[in-house]
Design a protein around this ligand. Sequence first.
Ligand code: GDP
Length: 365
Amino acid sequence: ALQCGIVGLPNVGKSTLFNCLSNAKAQAANFPFCTIEPNVGVITVPDERLNKLAELVHPQRILPTTVEIVDIAGLVKGASKGEGLGNKFLANIRETDAIIHVLRCFDDDNVTHVDGSINPVRDKEIIDSELQLKDLETVEQRIQKVYKQAQTGDAHAKTLHNVLIQYKAALEEGKSARSVEFESLDEIDAAKDLFLLTNKPVMYVCNVDEDSASKGNKHVEAVREAVKDEHAEILIVAAKTESEIAELETYEERQMFLADVGLEESGVSRLIKSAYSLLDLQTYFTAGEVEVRAWTFHKGWKAPQCAGVIHTDFEKGFIRAEVIKYEDFIKYGSETAVREAGKMGVEGKEYLVQDGDIMHFRFNV
Ligand code: GDP
């Protein structure tokens, strides 16, 4: 499953955010290191199309797609040197597909800040530099290994060496790996295989107080200024307020509370959508009488790979896929009607699945 890791210094509101994001309840307490084990939560991705399809198909059940969220606790200054829960925490990040970086943008004297004052830009730099130091260590180790091979003229080793040298230079300057752009496809592929921490897509969540929920505050502005060259998304979320909202019984009550603090859509819902696009994810559907279901795939995946999301056997024994465009399904109202109108596509192994496709896989067992 695809995973987003929540990172940030202690006491910035990671667990609070995690709590409102997932069904699992992480402990939120006013104490650094409160969440020691990485907590994994599963969040469902809201998708209007799923309901529209269900209205036509009347399935026994409707299953939205999910993304996993991991609350990664324990990052402090020195983590790359193994301080705090350093290494364990970094290993947890390595397994994630994208990073949600939470920054404390709320003032509250009752909540201790590990560095004594509220300064999200400094906090971000502390985290970034720990991740960069760890990456630098990885890169230097790889350079040592690949250097000799590159000398022998091995083309792949040469490309890799070239990539590593560029990464090293950037990391030494205090830049993240994601800031390095490669020109050739070979280099891009070699870069991917390194799984560097600072190469993962990132978005920033500014955790603010209720009063700043809709407009942000001076801390948010400082963050905006500091990351303006990163082309990263910044979301303003009042995590504590939202966790209170999440406790309310009915949808109407929750909407009223949101409107009270000046929001149309909850930060959590905005966050889920942003995380989905951050990960370059898209959705295809399967629609049968038993279930109408959304499945997650990476933009650019071909039909067999997408079939593999359902079951590895579907990928191995893939023969072909019958594909209906979402708009056609809605227009004609049923699979049979789409078929009769000649609008059902029969696609082979090379077909690039599109967001919204309704798929039916044919395979050998
Ligand atoms: P973590 O260490 O990053 O996981 O931080 P927690 O989520 O445990 O939050 C630390 C403390 O800050 C808890 O007492 C939370 O209730 C409090 N907190 C979290 N978000 C906010 C916020 O937006 N405003 C205020 N005033 N307190 C918050």
